[in-house]
Write a protein of this length. Structure first.
Lengths: 141, 141, 141
């Protein structure tokens, strides 16, 4: 991966064979991000989505292989117990322009991925919502 | 809902049972937003979309119920007759990763919604395009 | 098209009958953009997508006609040989809320398009990746 900072925004590119979510989280660590907005596009050949099950409070994982345009990666970076916590949703099109998407766990680049991390200069933590089991954003009181 | 401002950007979270579009517009009012870019993700169980009919110049409303990831909410906040006017498009995936979307009128949170409102520091009004009946952005002359 | 700059961000609207990608690139030229993040929504009646073929290293073009909400246009503006180079992915819904999308080559407005170009104040060039034939972002060494 390669990255460069322009003001409050980091441009990140991910080369073929590398994984986007891991790249985002690594770059967030390099620049000591504790609150950021994330967006990006790319071309990928493996996607892992997670579907949250309210009853079991776990993500059901689903894998996809093919030639996909990553139409939109949207989400944010916060902290959880002092560690980088990325929350990303992804949408992908196959070669018929059909779109699928969900909570993004991983996606491997075959062409390139071009992402923006906009550092908001603040720090936001997460804590588990006892009701849903989801790690939700916890504003300071 | 909870919200906090970081520089020009407001982070907004919407808890289970609350509605996203209303939350966005309420927060826009609190911070006196008159031009902003909006984006966000979440998990919702009710969605109301509107499909514009050029012939009747009205939105045909369509309701969806289920367990949906809100993959992307994208849009903007401007003013119309001095009031907050949110224009949002939304995309949603069901538990099979199938995606649907449209002009977003409402979506109720079941898990969380995490949104960014980026205040551009300007003011933009809307006025009705007599041709299409759509409230379009009106730049000052 | 109409456009106005607010700080680092340009708001661009595209009227009925005009084409979005061309409008974006024209505005980028007007404001001398050499690195920007782009996002937007709209209503369009013609869409041209490109599907990259790794074997031929060419985009296979596909045209769509109908009444579509442009749910998300996401991408970036950089330079290629000193010229504006827009890289955009688009997602569109028909009147049944079914979504399709891909690498966006063109889309013609029937209602309006409302776009943000966020100027990052830097300059990024592209060069062809000999492996894939794709014009990838080239950071300075």
């Amino acid at each position: 991966m390669e990255h460069q900072r322009f003001g409050h925004t980091i441009l990140l590119t991910v080369p073929p064979g590398e994984e986007v979510v891991q790249a985002l989280n690594e770059v967030a660590e390099i620049y000591h991000i504790s609150l950021a907005e994330v967006s990006g596009i790319g071309g990928v050949d493996q996607v892992k989505l997670g579907f949250y099950q309210l009853d079991t409070q776990e993500y059901l994982e689903q894998d996809y292989e093919g030639t996909f345009e990553m139409l939109s990666l949207m989400g944010n970076i916060t902290l959880k117990d002092g560690e980088i916590f990325g929350h990303y949703h992804g949408q992908f099109a196959d070669t018929s322009a059909d779109v699928f998407g969900g909570h993004l766990l991983a996606s491997r680049v075959f062409a390139t991925a071009e992402l923006f991390i906009r550092d908001l200069g603040g720090a936001i933590d997460r804590s588990e919502d006892p009701e849903t089991g989801i790690e939700v954003i916890a504003f300071e009181e």
